[in-house]
Design a protein around this ligand. Structure first.
Ligand SMILES: Cc1cc2nc3c(=O)[nH]c(=O)nc-3n(C[C@H](O)[C@H](O)[C@H](O)COP(=O)(O)OP(=O)(O)OC[C@H]3O[C@@H](n4cnc5c(N)ncnc54)[C@H](O)[C@@H]3O)c2cc1C
Length: 482
């Protein structure tokens, strides 16, 4: 497994075209907007080296025959599915942000089974190719960016009917060695911290969309690939001196637009090419794995927000008030509800034909649909307890100003035992998670990440087996057979 240092050096070796705020970025790891997100991923390498986290952060790989980082593991049983959720909660707790590595994990688990299924139906050799790629990912401890979402243009139209054919990533040419792809992938979590981009089709497609039915991996620095950093609320606070108003001082997440300008993909890195009838199963599997994951990562971040709210209740001197205690209970109840869904979908997982394990899709979708709502209520309660100060507090520069500093410390102090600087920093953390750059992961990603709420409703409708439930009701109208 890689150390944090190895990971840093491996990213610095990549020669990529990255834009952030209108400028080309040389070294993303050192860039103040990207560095917090790099640290979040780096923690997945760091924790894997700690004996107390070995159980959650590492796994035995039947493919390499050795110990690997769990973020590169193919889930072998229900226990693996469950440990993944626990690992994601731990990572959320330690970063208070999106740590970006789970989408790649869910993507490799999806491709493991779907390549197997396509080969069975078509006699292709995608699974063998995928295993070779996976061997590299596991043995070199690589980060994969799960690139599913296309820009999509007019959402009501399939790829082949878009006014601009590049609005979905597609194959534009072929030669003896491989394919040439053009298009883009939007909202790519952790793109700048990844070694490989693994592209997947974003929706179910038909025969006329054949060119768009393509899954492959390319190194992040493949010729023709470029990245544009996606802005987050209050992100430029990270560029201010001291950067304390950013709230989450060391960790963060990021998304980026990845553009593919006629990128060559060799045969050995192509995992699907035109088999449109497998797009529904591919989308369903990735979405379900990823929707269950939210029952781990968002819960870990929720733990941090609840903790920060508890601190604020103490600093305000209100922690023993019954309404405050009740609100903290409510926040915990909502957060643990999400965790229960993540665990339940894992415990009810089943084995696929390829041998690896898959979460229960109904419970995974229930999990994610809850995630589209409950963090907002948790955030509302945090803001309630934190008070209006969260959006009226002067800047850190004012707190440092020699003429006003002492007065600000005096007037913003809460209980006597806590110094104003500690209280102010805690307010900034709640602000980060509920309104600032952290809210893009804790709230907006909770709505749209792994698919917008309607996508979960469609999956719940598909899996809810209403006919069976109607039969149960009808059977109670009959006398029992004894
Ligand atoms: C923070 C964040 C991180 C993400 N990370 C990743 C990542 O790592 N990899 C990745 O591949 N993707 C990622 N995504 C993308 C995510 O999967 C998409 O945001 C999601 O699928 C919704 O797509 P969209 O944002 O384009 O929303 P839109 O498609 O623009 O949805 C807007 C609204 O339109 C509705 N709508 C959409 N299509 C239709 C239709 N045909 N008919 C009727 N209504 C429709 C939706 O239900 C929604 O209400 C991320 C998103 C976010 C916000």
């Amino acid at each position: 497994m890689k150390s944090v240092r190895d990971y840093k050096e491996s990213l610095e070796k990549l020669s990529r075209k990255v834009y952030a705020m209108g400028k080309l970025v040389d070294n993303t790891v050192e860039h103040p907007l990207v560095q917090p997100s790099w640290r979040s991923v780096a923690l997945s390498y760091d924790l894997a080296e700690h004996e107390e986290h070995e159980d959650l952060m590492t796994a035995y790989s039947p493919l390499t025959g050795g110990t690997i980082n769990r973020f590169t593991h193919i889930q072998q049983d229900r226990e693996d599915l469950t440990r993944k959720i626990k690992m994601l909660r731990l990572m959320g707790q330690r970063t208070g942000s999106c740590f970006q590595r789970c989408a790649g994990l869910d993507c490799i688990n999806t491709l493991y089974s779907v390549t197997h299924d396509i080969d069975n139906a078509h006699g292709t050799s995608y699974h063998r190719r995928f295993l070779d790629f996976l061997f590299r990912v596991q043995s070199e401890d690589l980060v994969c960016d799960a690139a599913m979402t296309d820009p999509k243009g007019n959402r009501r139209l399939p790829p082949y009917q878009q006014h601009d054919p590049d609005l979905y990533l597609r194959v534009v040419d072929r030669n003896n060695e491989g394919i040439i792809v053009r298009g883009a992938k939007a909202h790519q979590t952790g793109a700048l911290n990844s070694h490989y981009i693994v592209a997947l089709p974003t929706t179910m497609m038909g025969e006329k969309d054949r060119d768009y039915v393509v899954s492959f991996a390319v190194p992040a620095d493949a010729p023709g690939v470029s990245f544009v950093y996606g802005r987050q609320p209050s992100d430029t606070r990270r560029l201010e001196e001291g950067g304390k108003d950013a709230g989450n001082l060391y960790f963060g997440g990021h998304e980026a637009l990845i553009i593919f300008e006629d990128v060559f993909v060799p045969h050995e890195l192509i995992f699907m090419d035109g088999e449109y009838e497998f797009t529904p199963v591919l989308v369903e599997r990735f979405a379900s794995y990823h929707r269950a994951s939210y029952g781990g990562c968002k819960v870990g971040v929720g733990d941090v927000l609840i903790g920060a709210t508890g601190c604020m209740a103490r600093y305000h001197g209100i922690e023993k008030s019954s309404h405050v205690r009740d609100k903290l209970v409510e926040m915990n109840y909502l957060n643990e509800t999400l965790y229960s869904c993540g665990l339940a979908s894992s415990c009810a997982g089943t084995q696929l034909a390829s041998g690896n394990y898959f979460v229960d899709p109904l419970l995974a979708n229930v999990c994610k649909l809850n995630v589209t709502r409950l963090p907002f209520e948790i955030a509302r309660l945090a803001q309630d307890i934190c008070g209006g100060i969260m959006v009226t507090l002067p800047s850190d520069q004012d707190f440092q100003h020699p003429q006003i500093s002492e007065l600000l410390k005096k007037y913003y102090q809460g209980i006597e035992e806590i110094d104003t600087a500690t209280k102010v920093q805690m307010i900034r953390l709640v602000e980060n998670l509920t309104l600032g750059s952290g809210a893009s992961a804790y709230l907006t990603e909770s709505v749209h990440g792994a698919g917008s709420p309607q996508a979960q409703r469609i999956m719940i409708e598909r899996n809810m087996n209403l006919e069976h439930k109607m039969e149960l009701a009808r059977s109670l109208l009959q006398a029992p057979p004894f």
